[in-house]
Design a protein around this ligand. Structure first.
Ligand code: 1QQ
Length: 392
């Protein structure tokens, strides 16, 4: 037990009204409940009850990500609790971070110390995970990203997991497929310099372009929250690129695409996975046509598991799921499977089971973790045609 957790445990024992076995004398051999993690216990009847925290971008400029994640999680929750009656009962405790690092840290602290969750799903942005992941890791509580795609997420620590396909896999897949068909040579880049995900995606785009032998004409930046990109894009137009690489979240990214087309930039536009949300069509409109992105999930995939999920999602919400809903759905399934394998809702036992994940067949593809718990999976390339993503 680390020092911090020991002092938290001590505080719980001193302040708590229910004194648990583990707070008693040193001779006890039973695991102290809070250290074991999660107020979730196995009941006499053998049913595991597990409270899982969720930290998501539910309000603000990226709220459509959070909405999709919540929908995917709630569909999975209903299915799992029905299918595992008498064996496992999951309860979700949702917190809104608004996409802010500070709020994500506060939510993670609350979920661990107040709500005593066995694991945390989220937070949505890589930047939030870089900020809040170390808090969960230090408290030895598994934290499971369902949309963190930046490089370095798993380096935070051994309690940090993610099932979201890293951009280091997705972006090169999109760029290579696009170049094969379009044969571009001169690249320009634009990205959000104050967002860890966007910066990481840009670095991957730049390195991939170099490997592919593309000429780098120039790089422009903006900040999340910006709405006017005319200055940067006017300069880019003068450079006359034949491919424009955009690393951004959907709101800013869609506004960039819209403005680029308005200014007459005709380059092929390739984006990162932040574009994989239908808000792109709302914000960019016709300008989104031709946009190329890679994703681990397509609702069009002719696969029985995918189509069963798409139908259930449509029946519940009246629309098709996007990548963020799909990865949320898979994420809860992975945690449920690992809790059942652990046989108890215990933070360390859950961590050990998660670390062994191999060949999980989800709606967003087949997934294994490498030795650093980084997902290994495949991306498909899609293109906007007729106001929706279709296979490229
Ligand atoms: C990250 C992402 C974003 C697109 C999540 C919404 O991939 O922050 O890593």
């Amino acid at each position: 037990m680390n020092k911090k957790r020991f002092s938290q445990l001590l505080a719980t024992c001193l302040l708590g009204t229910t004194i648990l076995a583990g707070c008693g004398g040193g001779a006890s051999t039973s695991t102290p409940a809070p250290a074991g993690g999660g107020e979730a216990q196995q009941s006499a009847g053998g049913e595991i009850t597990a409270k899982i925290g969720v930290v998501s971008f539910l309000s603000g400029t990226g709220a459509a990500y959070g909405e999709a994640q919540k929908a995917g999680l709630e569909l999975a929750l209903a299915e799992l609790n029905e299918a595992n009656k008498g064996k496992l009962k999951i309860e979700l405790q949702m917190e809104d971070s608004g996409g802010k690092k500070e709020s994500a840290i506060n939510a993670v602290n609350k979920l661990i110390n107040q709500d005593n969750v066995v694991a945390i799903i989220g937070p949505t942005l890589s930047g939030e995970m870089f900020a809040a992941g170390p808090v969960a890791n230090e408290a030895e509580t598994p934290i499971f990203g369902i949309s963190n795609t930046a490089e370095g997420i798993n380096d935070i620590g051994e309690y940090v997991f993610r099932n979201s396909l890293p951009e280091s896999i997705a972006i090169p897949t999109a760029m290579k497929a696009a170049q094969e068909k379009k044969g571009f040579k001169k690249a320009a880049f634009i990205y959000a310099a104050n967002d860890d995900f966007s910066v990481s995606g840009f670095k991957t785009m730049k390195a991939t372009a170099e490997q592919m032998g593309l000429e780098n004409l120039g790089e422009a930046t903006f900040s999340n929250g910006d709405v006017d990109f005319s200055a940067q894009l006017t300069k880019i137009k003068e450079l006359n690129p034949d491919v424009l690489l955009v690393s951004a979240l959907y709101k800013e990214g869609s506004l960039v695409v819209k403005k680029a087309r308005e200014l007459g930039i005709t380059a092929t536009i390739i984006g990162g996975n932040g574009f994989n949300n239908p808000q792109v069509f709302e914000i960019a409109g016709d300008a989104a046509e031709g946009l190329i992105v890679a994703t681990p999930f397509s609702p069009e995939k002719q696969d029985e598991k995918v189509q069963t999920f798409v139908k259930a999602f449509e029946a519940k919400y009246g629309k098709k799921p996007d990548q963020f809903a799909a990865q949320a759905y898979d994420g809860l399934y992975i945690i449920a499977q690992s809790l059942l394998a652990a046989g108890k809702a215990d933070r360390n036992a859950l961590r050990d089971q998660l670390a062994q994940l191999k060949d999980f067949q989800g709606v967003s593809g087949k997934l294994s973790f490498d030795e650093k718990r980084t997902p290994v999976g495949e991306a498909v390339v899609v293109e906007v045609k007729g106001g929706k993503f279709v296979p490229f």
